[in-house]
Design a protein around this ligand. Structure first.
Ligand code: PRP
Length: 208
């Protein structure tokens, strides 16, 4: 669609995404499929994290290698983004987790804040905004705005499904933010749900 969007082209992704879309998938399985996709998405979104040269002693000799360097903030948007937190911490154990609580107002589809744990002080080098759904783009755009206010330059958006409307909105507001997703769906419906989508990710993850 455009250069700042990476859509994972992968048979395993297609399989787990299709299971997520299936309305008969129960919450426990839904979480498992989502976590698999989180690992695959995050491995792409973290591909260019900063590293530094190190040497380690193998059982045989000295080997040159690289370790992750710098500070990384994982920013899950509650509720659905929480499912990405554990996979991100598995990949980047030193990451900080900055929680951001927002829900969409049902009438206006505008994001409503209810919780923020975005520490002040020196900004991290990279922030990864985690939310399985990018619908209108309102929540993602607001999250990026708050992170930019904290002085973070390198902000990356990680979603499972994106709507074309959400991608356009985010690109207009924050053209330098790359998006990593598993699929770009057809459109939003009149309730601003992604179609064909997978329903309400938060409700399906948490059985509500
Ligand atoms: C969903 C989703 C995103 C947001 C996407 O959250 O998880 O956070 O909507 O929509 P947008 O791109 O139009 O802003 P929801 O409001 O359903 O809250 P929940 O995760 O607590 O269910």
């Amino acid at each position: 669609m455009c250069s700042h969007v990476t859509v994972l082209d992968h048979s395993v992704v297609q399989h787990h995404l299709t299971c997520l879309r299936d309305r008969s998938t129960a919450a426990a399985d839904f979480r498992r499929h989502m976590e698999v996709l989180a690992v695959l998405l995050l491995s792409e979104a973290t591909r260019t994290l900063p590293t530094q040269s190190v040497t380690v002693e193998t059982p045989l000799e000295t080997a040159a290698g690289r370790h992750l360097a710098g500070r990384v903030a994982a920013v899950p948007i509650l509720r659905a983004g929480l499912i990405f937190t554990r996979p991100l911490l598995d990949l980047v154990p030193q990451a900080e987790v900055w929680h951001l609580g927002m829900y969409r107002d049902e009438q206006t589809a505008q994001p409503v804040h209810y919780y923020q744990k975005l520490p002040a002080g020196d900004p991290p080098d990279v922030a990864l905004v985690l939310d399985p759904m990018l619908a209108t783009g309102g929540s993602a755009g607001e999250a990026v705005r708050l992170l930019r206010q904290r002085g973070i330059g390198d902000v990356r958006m990680v979603s499972v499904i994106a709507a074309p409307e959400g991608i356009s909105c985010l690109r207009n507001q924050h053209p330098d933010v790359p998006v990593f997703c598993c699929a770009i769906d057809r459109e939003l419906n009149d309730r601003r749900f992604i179609c064909p989508g997978l329903g309400d990710a938060g409700d399906r993850l948490f059985g509500t």
